[in-house]
Design a protein around this ligand. Structure first.
Ligand code: FES
Length: 157
């Protein structure tokens, strides 16, 4: 009796082909996962939008204090009222310097008065005044992500 030759693929061939496709699938999944992982950074860039300062560190009445790292000046109008003004130039974002007449940008020469209103140079608008909040623990929180009209003071006492 003669053996009949089977039509199609043998079991061994099917297992080999299946294994090859399985390995290719695993490689594709691994590569895709690695690419997907690098699409989302695990670090944040830039400075945080909010920062805290102890109420005890506020400037004296009529004085102001520059927080260089946060590019903010805090001004104390009275015992109870303070304001925070951004030191980020509204032209192209350089940090302005506090000068006797107000603020001056070292990059392209924009000048602002003591309330941050533009008095010269290419700056298109007033320096933003920022939100100030009293938070528990004897601290105030300054939000550099807000932009309020000039002369916006907040109660801190
Ligand atoms: S960035 Fe300040 S004047 Fe250009």
């Amino acid at each position: 009796m003669a053996k009949e030759k089977k039509e199609g693929k043998s079991r061994r061939e099917l297992i080999t082909i299946g294994s090859a496709f399985g390995l290719m699938g695993l490689a594709a999944a691994g590569t895709g996962g690695a690419i997907f992982k690098y699409m989302f950074p695990v670090v944040s860039y830039g400075t945080p939008q909010k920062f805290l300062i102890p109420v005890d560190d506020l400037p004296d009445v009529g004085d102001e204090l520059v927080f260089d790292d946060m590019k903010v000046v805090v001004r104390r109008h009275s015992e109870e009222k303070v304001a925070a003004i951004s030191l980020v130039c509204t032209h192209l974002g350089c940090t302005v310097n506090v000068v006797e007449t107000g603020f001056q940008c070292p990059c392209h020469g924009s000048q602002y008065d003591s309330d941050g209103l533009v008095v010269g140079g290419p700056a298109p608008k007033t320096l933003p005044w920022l939100e100030v909040k009293v938070v528990p623990g004897g601290q105030i929180e300054i939000d550099t992500g807000t932009s309020l009209p000039e002369n916006t003071f907040f109660e801190v006492a």
